[in-house]
Design a binder for this molecule. Structure first.
Ligand code: MLT
Length: 272
């Protein structure tokens, strides 16, 4: 079900399905909620899934020249308030969704029951990457999102996905094309100034976490995810076969199996 939820900066389009313990799904850049379709259709029998389009993506309007990860994180808290969800939620996130979830953890830890981090990192951008994001933001505002769609499409997927699931690649392209230039530029600028969570994670309240990464991820490679998982005590890392950066979309069978086990651990009574 599509719901329009008010946030201080406007409104967000939020897809909710099923009933049971709440599971919040936070998409990557420059994507939208639809990247989680294989997860929501799997989880909705036992959980209430909540999959927003972040500001400026999918059906959610953009707002602001730059949106920080902290602002996106506060939007998530507003979504939970709007849906009247007070109990802690499980968060499943990918890449930029992971950067946002780290801020959500820092700012709203009491709202979280556990986190599944997919294909993301703790570190902030090195100066040259931060600078390139600024250049990309200006280009997108001038010329539209075509250049970002092109460069991201080439990097997101494993070789095997191109042959086996071209329709998933097409669907992802369509989602990227839906994003507004202002939204893409604002998120790029926000990512460029995000905090380095490497020294911060050990200071955050303890939470159950799991890390998931496609073996062919070229954006946040497995070695980087290993370093990420090592920062969180007791956080296992699962390498997903036949998958790149979009592991949940490229190999949903393996990813859903891991999510199923993780959610059963953090919400044991849902399956009594
Ligand atoms: C994403 O998938 O969200 C992006 O690749 C993140 C990034 O550009 O750092």
């Amino acid at each position: 079900m599509l719901q329009e939820i008010s946030i201080p900066a406007g409104q967000l389009a939020v897809w909710t399905e099923g009933s049971g313990p709440p599971v919040l799904l936070v998409h990557g850049y420059p994507l939208d909620h639809s990247m989680w379709d294989f997860q929501t259709s799997f989880l909705r029998d036992n959980y209430r899934t909540i999959a927003p389009d972040l500001r400026g993506f999918g059906k959610s309007p953009s707002s602001g020249d730059s949106v920080t990860m902290a602002e996106f994180a506060d939007d998530l808290a507003s979504v939970l308030d709007g849906l009247e969800i007070q109990r802690p939620v499980a968060v499943i996130c990918l890449s930029m969704g992971g950067y946002i979830t780290l801020e959500f953890w820092r700012r709203h830890a009491r709202r979280i029951a556990g986190i599944a981090f997919c294909d993301t990192r703790a570190k902030n951008d090195p100066p040259e990457v931060a600078k390139a994001r600024g250049v990309q933001a200006s280009q997108v505002l001038r010329e539209g999102t075509a250049s970002v769609v092109e460069s991201m499409s080439g990097k997101l997927f494993a070789e095997a996905t191109h042959g086996a699931h071209p329709e998933r690649i097409m669907q992802t392209r369509l989602a990227m094309e839906m994003a507004s230039p202002a939204g893409v530029a604002a998120a790029a600028r926000g990512m460029a100034v995000r905090a380095d969570f490497t020294p911060l994670i050990p200071q955050l309240p303890k939470l159950p976490c799991v890390a998931i990464c496609g073996v062919e991820d070229r954006i946040t490679p497995l070695a980087e995810m290993e370093a990420f998982a090592a920062l969180i005590p007791g956080c296992p890392l699962h390498a997903i076969s036949a998958a790149g950066h979009m592991a949940p979309l490229e190999n949903p069978t393996e990813v859903n199996h891991i999510l199923d086990g993780f959610l059963k651990e953090i919400f044991p009574h849902a399956h009594a």
